[in-house]
Design a protein around this ligand. Structure first.
Ligand code: ATP
Length: 219
């Protein structure tokens, strides 16, 4: 058991395809950083997603778009470890690497309720809970399950107080409401493909990057 005074404050980890990054991702990361008093939130673009089809933009473009999006926000950092590692981007491998580098830092894996509902299908999900807390960004359209593995997990591990995230290295689940922004990367890509502007759904400099590099243009 780790003693509380040995621990650093927790950091947040938000993985995704970020194809492209948009205000839904950024606002969630910033609100959780502030509300949970995290040291930082790391945005980690995957190389190859495990649970979904391949991204449209290259890893290099997706990484560059995240860098542009967070350039004036010190609370948010980008990490290219999954892109450098290549291959399927398993969360367990990423958390194992973090735990080695930061042995005394609680890790908060940020996910939406939709992801929590599928969590028992993730590769080595029980081991993930040995390495990180789950911080669930609550969006009102999703209901928590009453029965099944996730319901049991919530019964055993749900904490009411965010302090629990800083007092243990891993293993707790914490739900926090975030501003609901109904923005999706798929929709942004569709709008661009139809020749419409996605402005005000994502940072201007990310949209400028997309235009400049023809990231989603059909050639
Ligand atoms: P797509 O539309 O292609 O599925 P996405 O934006 O939903 O893209 P990712 O880039 O993989 O998907 O999302 C990364 C993380 O951000 C996931 O945990 C996802 O639940 C969360 N997320 C995505 N969109 C939003 C949003 N509008 N508000 C809050 N969180 C979001």
């Amino acid at each position: 058991m780790n003693l509380m005074h040995d621990l650093q404050r927790a950091i947040g980890i938000l993985g995704g395809t970020f194809d492209p990054i948009h205000f839904g991702h950024l606002r969630t990361a910033l609100e959780l950083y502030q509300s949970l008093d995290l040291t930082e939130v790391r945005l980690i673009p995957c190389f190859q997603p495990v649970h979904r089809k391949l991204p449209v933009a290259s890893p290099e473009h997706r990484l560059a778009m995240v860098k542009h999006a967070i350039e004036s926000e010190t609370a948010l950092k980008v990490d290219d470890l999954e892109i450098k590692r290549k291959g399927p981007s398993y969360t367990i491998d990423t958390l194992t690497a973090f735990r080695k580098k930061l042995p005394q830092t609680p890790l908060c894996l940020i996910m939406g309720i939709d992801a929590l509902l599928n969590f028992p299908s993730w590769h080595r999900w029980e081991d993930i809970l040995q390495l990180a807390h789950l911080v669930v960004a609550h969006r009102p359209q999703y209901q928590l399950p009453q029965t099944g593995i996730v319901a049991d997990l919530l019964k055993q591990r749900l904490k009411k107080n965010a302090a629990a995230l800083h007092e243990q290295l891993a293993g707790n689940i914490y739900l926090h409401p975030v501003t609901s922004l109904d923005i999706s990367a798929t929709d942004i890509r569709k709008q661009i493909a139809r020749g419409r502007s996605p402005r005000y759904l994502l940072p201007n400099n990310v949209y400028n990057y997309i235009l400049q590099h023809g990231v989603y243009s059909i050639s």
